[in-house]
Write a protein that binds this ligand. Structure first.
Ligand code: ADP
Ligand code: MG
Length: 537
């Protein structure tokens, strides 16, 4: 490693002056100024497309800016490639991990950092160093595990270890919690605080206000390629940040009247499911969802919520054994053998948890995706042929109604941002006015303006007398939307609460499989400390 250059006293760890970058007609960064002080956690917040990743890619040498200056520790530097960035002490944890899946953790960590000829002798040295870093920063991972076998949370640890192994002084994390459960995110934050306290400088990119408020010292806000404000976190508020991000007033709380529940729309009795591998995923679920109410299912990911949604939505995992009984509007609903299409006709709308896999056909246009699953509805039939122009006009209206951006129905689904893809799926399902809406992780990866919108639509559906089953790992979202909360743990409903009576600590116990009241309150595990089963474990 080369010696770090002298740092003038009090110089910021990073200073950007007038950075601009265009991609063709898109001005991704416009004259950006930014100062990041040493030994701080500096948040960068902004909606999808605001230019955050572009700015960080410039800092990491992936893109050359069209104009502007970069200073590291007060010294001007031209960052031509990521090797230059690494030598300047910058490490980056990417939004989409860049690990080699069929390599081990150790191999990934040293990859590119060591000379090929020296790879063998350096392996044992690297192993020791990795062990030291892992224990120093609570970043435990098995050095010999294959990356492809690790949970998302653990892969992220490997990315961080990789940067630390290269002696990064400045660590950039781009949307690191988008793929994590709340408890995993909490663990990450503890690590980041530890790194800061050691004197490292951390840039955290996110669009989640709560994370900014919780962990950053300072925060800079980007909007449409510009840096619109830089403030001290303790002197700002979520409302102010949301307004700066979106450029207008935003309602952070969902306004809703008390629910007026009617007759049960869905009744679930004794639902059990054993997957193809023989693992019991659902161990006897009983639930009622009434007309005019939102039933929220809280829980750490991987406790059976996915299987519940898949069975109700009509596409259980192949080879699964399923038992129990379902009734929809008082009529028996077959457990299996009725596919997603039949479920839709019966009045069940479904926004799946993973919209990229289940919700959209990425290569198809927005209008085709909006029509998807409903194309044989009577209003779209003219004689024997589907009436394409009617379908297009209908899709265009829904796209406008849901403020999908850009409002171009001809664009392929893959060309929309994650938030807008989600709006397309929600538009399709909600606008059909289903009697029962199944909705999983409705706002995962979605930015604030769109979250507000999607939440309002869910409540509007409820107020129109429909039943909603909401599954979310975001406790805030459950608390904000649900009229009743059921907590799932290990394939069971651990308990039910009304949101007005529920506390985070109480729900946290249920989420960890502990009956509240069975242990003294001072011994209760705070939700932050809950054990998180690896994804799919
Ligand atoms: P953020 O990270 O804040 O979501 P990005 O920096 O990824 O935003 O994107 C800012 C803008 O630049 C967006 O309009 C995006 O579509 C565009 N953009 C980003 N990278 C590229 C690229 N490689 N080619 C063309 N356009 C890009
Ligand atoms: Mg980004």
């Amino acid at each position: 490693m080369t010696a770090q250059p002298e740092v003038p006293d009090g110089a910021p760890a990073i200073e950007l002056r007038g950075i601009s970058k265009a991609f063709g007609p898109v001005q991704a960064n416009k004259g950006i100024d930014l100062r990041v002080s040493r030994g701080t956690i500096h948040g960068i917040i902004g909606e999808n497309g605001a230019g955050k990743s572009t700015l960080m890619s410039i800092l990491y040498g992936f893109y050359r800016p069209d104009s502007g200056e970069i200073l590291i520790g007060g010294n001007p530097i031209t960052i031509t490639d990521s090797q230059t960035a690494i030598r300047a002490g910058i490490g980056m944890v990417f939004q989409h991990f860049k690990l080699v899946q069929n390599f081990t953790v150790l191999e990934n960590v040293i990859l590119g950092a060591e000379d090929g000829r020296l790879l063998r002798p350096s392996l044992s040295r690297a192993r020791g160093e990795l062990k030291r870093l892992a224990s120093e920063y609570e970043l435990q991972v098995d050095p010999d595990a294959l990356v492809e076998d690790l949970s998302v949370g653990h892969q992220q640890r490997v990315e961080i270890l990789k940067a630390l192994y290269r002696q990064a002084d400045i660590l950039i994390l781009d949307e690191p919690t988008g793929v994590l459960t709340p408890a995993e995110a909490d663990h990450l934050f503890r690590i980041l605080r530890g790194l800061r306290d050691e004197g490292k400088t951390i840039i955290l990119i996110t669009h989640k206000l709560r994370e900014i408020m919780e962990i950053t010292d300072n925060v800079s806000v980007m909007r449409r390629g510009e840096m619109v404000a830089s403030v001290t976190t303790s002197e700002t508020s979520p409302t102010q940040l949301a307004e700066l991000m979106v450029g207008r007033k935003v309602l952070l709380r969902v306004e809703k009247a008390p629910a007026q529940p009617g007759a049960p729309v869905l009744e679930v009795r004794g639902l059990r499911m054993v997957d193809a591998a023989g693992v019991e995923r659902l161990r006897g679920i009983d639930l009622d969802i009434r007309a005019g109410e939102v039933l929220g299912i809280a829980g750490v990911a991987g406790n059976g919520q996915t299987q519940l949604l898949e069975i109700l939505g009509g596409y259980p995992e192949a080879g699964a054994k399923i038992e129990g009984a379902l009734r929809l509007k008082g009529q028996p609903l077959p457990l299996t053998g009725s596919d997603a299409g039949a479920r839709r006709k019966a009045g069940i709308g479904h926004v799946p948890e993973d919209r990229q896999v289940e919700g959209l056909i990425m290569d198809f246009s927005a209008w085709e995706n909006v029509a998807f699953g409903y194309h044989d509805a009577p209003e779209f039939q003219s004689g024997w042929l589907m009436d394409q122009s009617a379908i297009r006009a209908d899709a265009q209206a829904k796209i406008e109604h849901f403020d999908v951006r850009p409002p171009n129905p001809e664009l392929a689904a893959k060309n929309f941002s994650g938030g807008n893809q989600q709006k397309i799926v929600v538009a399709r399902e909600v606008e059909r006015n289903p009697d029962l809406l199944l909705i999983g992780q409705p706002t995962r990866g979605v930015d604030i303006g769109a979250i507000e919108f999607i939440h309002k639509r869910i409540i509007a559906l409820r107020d129109a007398g429909k039943a909603v089953l909401l599954v979310s790992v975001e406790l805030d979202e459950i608390m904000a939307l649900a009229d009743r909360i059921a907590v799932m743990f290990d394939g069971r409903i651990m308990g039910e609460r009304l949101p007005e009576e529920a506390t985070t600590a109480d729900l946290g116990c249920l989420m960890a499989g502990i009956e509240p009241g069975t242990i003294a309150p001072q011994d209760a595990i705070p939700p932050a400390a809950l054990h998180v089963p690896a994804e799919g474990a």
